[in-house]
Design a protein around this ligand. Structure first.
Ligand SMILES: [Zn+2]
Length: 405
């Protein structure tokens, strides 16, 4: 921590002193206390970390994180120093009594009260939710920033904890805000589209630390299309190859279901596993959930019989109950108008464009092309190549914004 109480009950902050001044203070014993648990603190002025306070007793303080990483201390310092130059009311490690939470930085602007949380260590998603709720109940807007290092190469590889920092805006699509204290910059990954459980295609925009203010404004966001149909096709093939590779080592329930239903996983028609907007909300690859839609509903339908969006949604919900499908957890996306129903509608509309279904009434479709099975590899390749071109043509007609899956 960077703040402590003195004997005279005043808050001191290491960022307000020079290293030399702090060095001279370390010689005096027992003069600093934890503002939260009141136990004595030691002032540490070393060379690796920024000068900071640490509890003397090994007994853990329930309020503060015992060992803060270099990244956490440095990020706090960099952001605090910067915000101090832009705003009058900036408080370091502020404790909110009513919700019993400490914000790394509390910033008050003319209109907003913002708790900035710099998250370096992985904590549970329910904890992120609980703390967010706490702030909101006190009319404080939380701003969570991921400080964990991530591999900046695209496609982005994210752990499920890092994925929980993904938020949504109509202009940026699904995006992730990450701060890199080493580079003194924010990395903003926008238009994220999952290509597997942990990998995401997207665009990267850099916001230098000095450009940071509240609300965050991005003058230039990389708007190039990050995922071409060819890319998607390549990733889809890779995902399938991995799936078969893994199944050799352990039983894969999905593959078993495909084979038990008389289908060959490698010979599935190309309309199984197409990206649709907001599919990021489902953890599973679209090959899986789209196959379930076919297996549970569409395959059994006669040509020209009705298919309701609601029954397709129910079947996916059943699959979620059985744990065949899992939804992604985004604690920082609070109100979202996109859900499973929206995703299903988008998929059915795409099948309509591909000439497989037709919408006869709002939210009611009919099958006009039955399930495709192939006897040979060439037969499958021929059909899928043609469908791919059709899909590519559909995408070229759609506006850029609608293309953000
Ligand atoms: Zn303490």
């Amino acid at each position: 921590m960077l703040t402590a109480l003195t004997e005279s009950n005043k808050i001191v902050n290491t960022l307000n002193f020079t290293r030399l001044q702090l060095k001279s203070l370390t010689t005096i014993k027992n003069q600093f206390y934890c503002p939260h648990c009141k136990s004595p603190l030691q002032l540490k002025v070393g060379y690796q970390k920024i000068p900071h306070f640490a509890h003397i007793s090994t007994k853990t303080c329930s309020f503060t994180n015992q060992s803060e990483s270099i990244q956490h201390l440095t990020s706090k310092k960099l952001l605090y120093d910067l915000l101090k130059t832009k705003y009058d009311q900036v408080h370091l490690e502020h404790y909110f009594h009513n919700v019993e939470q400490i914000a790394d930085i509390w910033l008050e602007t003319d209109t907003d009260s913002i708790a900035i949380e710099l998250q370096c260590s992985s904590i549970s998603i329910s904890e992120l939710r609980r703390r967010t709720k706490g702030y909101l109940s006190s009319r404080i807007q939380p701003l969570w920033i991921l400080v964990q290092p991530i591999t900046h190469r695209l496609p982005l590889s994210l752990t499920s904890f890092q994925q929980s920092f993904i938020r949504y805006s109509s202009t940026l699509g699904y995006f992730l805000l990450q701060f890199s204290p080493e580079e003194r910059q924010f990395n903003i990954y926008t238009h994220l589209v999952p290509i597997s459980l942990t990998k995401f295609s997207g665009n990267k925009t850099i916001l230098p630390l000095t450009g940071f203010s509240f609300p965050i404004t991005l003058s230039q966001v990389n708007q190039t299309i990050c995922l071409t149909p060819e890319d998607w096709w390549r990733y889809r093939k890779k995902w399938s190859a991995n799936k078969i590779g893994f199944s050799g080592r352990r039983k894969d329930l999905f593959l078993q279901e495909v084979y038990n239903d008389g289908d060959i996983f490698q010979y599935l028609p190309a309309y199984i596993g197409l990206p649709v907007p907001h599919m990021i909300l489902i953890k599973n690859h679209p090959i899986e959930w789209q196959y379930y839609i076919w297996k549970d509903i569409l395959k059994g339908k006669m040509i020209r019989s009705n298919i309701r969006v609601s029954e397709v949604v129910s079947t996916l919900k059943e699959r979620i109950k059985k744990n065949n499908l899992v939804l992604r957890n985004f604690p920082f996306i609070r109100t979202h108008r996109y859900d499973l129903t929206y995703i299903v509608q988008q998929y059915l509309f795409l099948l309509q464009e591909l000439g497989i279904l037709v919408e006869v009434q709002q939210n009611i479709f009919q099958l006009i092309q039955p399930w495709q099975t192939f006897q040979t590899f060439d037969e499958m390749e021929g059909y899928n190549d043609e469908l791919f071109l059709k899909w590519k043509h559909i995408l070229n007609r759609t506006k850029l914004q609608e293309k953000s899956f």
